[in-house]
Ligand binder design. Structure first.
Ligand code: KG4
Ligand code: ZN
Length: 342
């Protein structure tokens, strides 16, 4: 039994958020600092990797300093340095990884590399103290759509994944096509509240021979075709109806696959994670379907769904307890697979 408190500094820089946080015993948030670059990338309609790396390198020391001072901690109180080392944009990851290695080396503290998606899943531990593996988790982010069995801390089985676009990518592309700008997810979510989800019949794709896999590229094309046809026929597009009908098509598939998996595997709890998990229609649909089946539904607050470093420090805590640390040869791994340890 571990009786000493463990404080971990988490660092996250895999995409367009520079984030640092201090988390006690994996579940108690002492600080959560996020410096978002969204305003800069909005000008370009999406994340520009080189700009992201440059902004991370400008901001990272300030963000870490603030995470320590918000937590009212000094370096002496920190037991380990954790950092996202993949998957993500290589240049962006390298900034966080280099920073974490320099800190671990200079301060002579353990270094723990964390998988970004394992971090997203762990965000559920922070506000749900009673949640323990095993459980099923749907991870929906800008780059991933994964249905995962969390067998134990640090042990995952991927049972379903997208064959093409990630759910967040589909939100972002559809948002762009109806002129909402970047990042599209929250904008579609907001506009959809004013639209009719039954107005347009968009496809709900299933993948043959793989009941838990997803495919969103057909849906994205169907939205683009619908918009083109309206233009050709000179019909005015009701953007709110497009947003609501598209969102409903995504939600239906996510809920359908997740409920099938939870029933087939016999779980009594399911969690959702990743930026898209902050979507209001997804949360509503999961709450309803889980209540019908007597399944407990877990979801992080929106601030812990999108990229943050609390989730990285939380995931690292369980690695720390298991004695998993990395050497000074830790590198960024842009295509790191779930459950893989490099
Ligand atoms: O997890 P995340 O912050 O970064 C990645 O690891 O990719 O996810 C970002 C994605 C973006 O595609 C964004 O549009 C989407 O999450 N997103 C949403 C919402 N908030 C963020 N999608 C739908 N509804 C939302 N409310
Ligand atoms: Zn993420």
């Amino acid at each position: 039994m571990n009786t000493k408190d463990v404080c971990i500094l988490g660092i996250e820089s895999s995409c367009d958020e520079t984030a640092a946080s201090v988390v006690k015993n994996g579940r108690e948030v002492l600080s959560n600092v996020i410096s978002s670059q969204i305003a800069i990338h909005t000008e370009y309609g999406g994340v520009v990797p080189e700009i992201a790396s440059r902004k991370h390198i400008e901001n990272i020391n300030f963000v870490i300093k603030k995470a320590l001072s918000d937590a009212d901690k000094t370096w002496d109180d920190i037991d380990a340095i954790a950092v996202t080392y993949g998957p993500g944009l290589v240049g962006a990851l390298l900034v966080g990884v280099s920073e974490a290695k320099a800190l671990a080396f200079a301060l002579d503290k353990p270094l723990i590399g964390v998988h970004h998606i394992e971090g997203h899943i762990s965000a559920n531990f922070v506000e749900n103290k009673e949640l323990e593996p095993p459980f099923l988790c749907l991870v929906v982010s800008g780059g991933h759509t994964h249905l995962v069995i969390v067998k134990d801390y640090g042990k995952y089985e991927l049972i379903g994944r997208t064959r093409d676009d990630a759910a967040g990518e589909a939100f972002d592309k559809v948002a762009r096509s109806i002129g909402l700008g970047y990042p599209g997810g929250p904008k579609v979510d907001k506009l959809a509240k004013e639209g009719n989800p039954e107005a347009i019949e968009f496809p709900r794709a299933s993948v043959r021979d793989s009941e838990y896999d997803f495919s969103f590229s057909g849906l994205k094309s169907a939205v683009l075709n619908y918009l083109n046809q309206c233009e050709m026929k000179n019909i005015e597009v009701n953007k709110a109806d497009v947003a609501a009908s598209f969102q409903k098509a995504v939600v239906d598939v996510l809920v359908d696959h997740s409920m099938k998996a939870v029933e087939n595997y016999g779980f009594d709890k399911i969690a959702i994670a990743g930026g898209v998990a902050s979507n209001s229609a997804i949360r509503e649909a999961f709450s309803k379907e889980c209540a019908k089946r007597n399944i407990t539904f877990y979801h992080p607050s929106p601030i812990f769904c999108t990229d943050n470093a609390v989730m990285i420090a939380s995931a690292a805590y369980y690695e720390y307890l298991n004695g998993v640390t990395h050497g000074y040869d830790l590198n960024a791994v842009p295509n790191l697979r779930l459950g893989e340890r490099i």
